[in-house]
Design a protein around this ligand. Sequence first.
Ligand SMILES: [Fe+2]
Length: 483
Amino acid sequence: MNTTARTSNPQLPSAMSLNEAQELLTLYASNPPFRSASDQELVLNENPCRRPVRPEDLEFLDYRGILKEEEVLGLSSLIGHRMLLNINDTDMVLLPLSENESAWREFEHFYSRDNRVLGEMVRSTLETHLFHFLEERAVCTKLVSADDLKDYFSSVFQEYCSSRNSVVDTILSRVNRQVSATTFLIQLLASSLSGVPAMMHSAQGNYSAVHYELFSFLERNGYTMRSSEDGRIADLQSMVRSRKLHDQPHTYWQYYLTSSLALANYAHYVARDPLKFFRYLGALFYQELRSKALASQHKQMLQEIFGSDIDTKYFGQQEKYGQDYAVAAFDSLITPTIVKYGNARCQDIVQGFDEFKLLHEIAEQDLIAQVIWVDQAKLYQEKGRRIYEKIQSENMQLPLDTFVEQASECSTTHIHDAHRLLVIEAGVMHFWNALDSSFVFEPGDITLVPSQRLHGSTVLSGECTYHQPIISDELMLEFNKMF
Ligand SMILES: [Fe+2]
């Protein structure tokens, strides 16, 4: 993290120093609902306020600076986005699903005045850390008129409509396609259950023609809380229920990838800040073009994998949109805004469009890397074994972490910023990296955990001792020559 960036943190409240912000973040993460998960909490289906953050990681994570683009899938980003979504979700009413007393205690902690005030105090530090890289990435093309924007947005829509989606191709070519497709569905829940309501936030305002157009656009596109045939959330819930998945937020919290959390948080980031209203419009428009353009590919992928078992009405309602959708949608949402407020707003609109486009592109690469790793478990165990043999035979001195954990000790899902081997010396470990993808590792078992890949573990024996040699990117390139 460079010190120049730290001293020029552009959104930090002037009354708070960076060190104070870091201390407040540690305090924020210490709220009981954010404690690490137990071995009984791999799936959290009773209590939407139970949000394991891994607060112990705040002991070494540093939020005083700004992430570079290549760091946005790192551990500080995962933990930071978990905290930021917790802050954002206090805008919503997330009731426990039963009379369970402990769930209601956590509900009270989650919505307590202290938690909400503290959340607002650290919000800008987190948002700057996580999203400032978007602003540093200059928009290449200067788009100065409504016609420029319409041409650019339409070209993106046409490109998505006419090309194969890389996530779809990756999932369809997996050995265990159902696990991969389930991971896809869980990421959709991660980005939508909070992100869709966030996008509705900006429809409230001064009841001008611009707001009525926005409200109408949102309604036409399924942004409604009505459990009707046009409701995007209701259709998503129906789809996941048809796969016997839970439909309540945030049951699969531990399986949310960093980039999926980022999509939800970005929706809040632009929608809840009136100063970002025109960026919000651009981001909303990108989201709609993207979902329409990819709907039929996503639907066909899920039907090919799950057959008639899956309810795909969520995508089906979007299939009716053809190539001219982008132009018509632009004229309904963007044109009235530019007519009223002038071409000066174009750059903000395209900024929001491009920022959300970039975040979606990062999310696609994150998901692709995760499903490939999950699907190739045996290959990564073989790679790990051969790398470990080489380390030992050549007496290579690598940085090494050794852990001794007790029975039932659980590592809430996390990622590492470097590649690591996992070498079990003694005891038994339950290791998981996706819903329905887990392994029981015993003494002598080894696997390779690539950097930025989400995983968690639980000790199944009385005690488990394991080692993690840490492998730099440069050394990994050398090791890769063996395969
Ligand atoms: Fe780990």
